[in-house]
Unconditional design. Structure first.
Length: 219
């Protein structure tokens, strides 16, 4: 394709600009409060359109991220898929049972509850597999629990690795140091609540916090 046609196609289909950002060299003596006019080459989206994942995408993403069979992500009463039970609340449609033919323009009051219920169910399924079969653990590898259900060492590399794994699977990036440390410190806060098995309760809390975050439920 000729260069001018390639540029025209780019402009018509994506709205991209033919002008490249110009870097501004502030120099070694520049005022620290001055902001460069160039962001390092990261282009801003010209068609930003953040969307809620919805029932099918949310369930399938959880299944893939936590390496679970799609059918075991979340089932109410052990037999009704959550994406069907909570489908409308999660932004889906239900034309046959409730005559809902179009998705709602805004999320409802029960949407956060449905998201948390779906995510927590998936997290519980993954945690049960990891704790009961540590040799084949996927997320919480080598996270040691004491006989009374506590984390043996919350500051261990295994705990930090588990947090990093959760974030990578949910957010498709590495956690910042602050994000990782916050989730690690959560173990002490969970233990202070008097939970019967604080180690497992921390796993549940960390998994829920990461996978129910805005970064995980929007795309």
């Amino acid at each position: 394709m000729r260069p001018e046609r390639l540029l025209l196609t780019c402009l018509l289909l994506t709205g991209c600009s033919e002008k490249l950002p110009v870097a501004v060299d502030l120099g070694p003596g520049a005022d620290a409060g001055v902001t460069p006019a160039w962001d390092g080459g990261v282009a801003k989206s010209q068609k930003g359109n953040l969307r809620f994942k919805g029932p099918e995408r949310l369930s399938l993403d959880l299944a893939q991220a936590l390496e679970l069979p799609a059918a075991s992500v979340c089932n109410e009463l052990g037999q009704y898929p959550c994406q069907s039970v909570h489908g409308v609340a999660l932004g889906g449609v239900d034309p046959y049972q409730h005559s809902v033919y179009e998705t709602a323009s805004t999320t409802g009051a029960t949407t956060p509850i449905a998201v948390e219920r779906t995510v927590l169910s998936a997290c519980n399924a993954r945690i049960a597999l990891d704790v009961n079969a540590p040799a084949t653990a996927v997320v919480f590898k080598d996270v040691a629990l004491s006989s009374d259900g506590r984390l043996v060492d919350a500051a261990s590399p295994a705990v930090a690795a588990a947090v990093t794994s959760l974030v990578r699977r949910a957010w498709l990036r590495d956690p910042t140091v602050d994000e990782r440390d916050t989730l690690v410190r959560l173990a002490a806060e969970v233990q202070a609540t008097g939970a019967t098995t604080p180690g497992v309760a921390w796993m549940q809390a960390a998994c829920l916090a990461v996978f129910s975050s805005a970064e995980a439920v929007f795309y």
